[in-house]
Design a protein around this ligand. Sequence first.
Ligand code: HEM
Length: 139
Amino acid sequence: MAESPISEPTSGKPWGTAETPYEEIGGDETVLAIAEAFYDIIEAESPTLRAMLPDDTSGSRQKLHQFLSGWMGGPPLYWEAHGHPRLRLRHVPFPIDGAAAEEWARCMRQAIASVDMSERAAAFLGQQLSTAALTLINR
Ligand code: HEM
């Protein structure tokens, strides 16, 4: 039968075939790897974002890991530990202009690319998180 766009595999979810992105990418171990890689990248190459963070980023790493777990459909670790994320409110102290949001999104996509997952899942997560970053622009 001839190939047509509608014969492309369209079954499953935008991130793949598992019920949640969390399951799709391999659960907690992968979520943790993304959070660690993200802050490693910021510490190595983003003076703008690094300047907004405390000297010791272990708490930042832990909170991002906790948040992403629930956001991806896994255990709601951030909620359990800290309550409602209220991301806009919690980011008010930080000067987030368009360039900072782009930078955050770029570092996040790079972190996602550095861990092992399908291209489809990586594209989905990269897009969703980049869009989320734009919603936090506050300057
Ligand atoms: C738009 C660019 C962004 C910038 C410049 C930024 C910057 C920051 C900074 C400086 C902190 C404080 C870290 C600390 O206290 O150790 C923070 C916390 C946090 N950020 Fe972002 N962020 C951005 C976008 C995002 C996005 C898109 C998400 C989620 C998808 C996110 C999730 C979080 C979480 C969960 C925390 C911890 C909040 C808390 O409990 O204090 N951030 N962010």
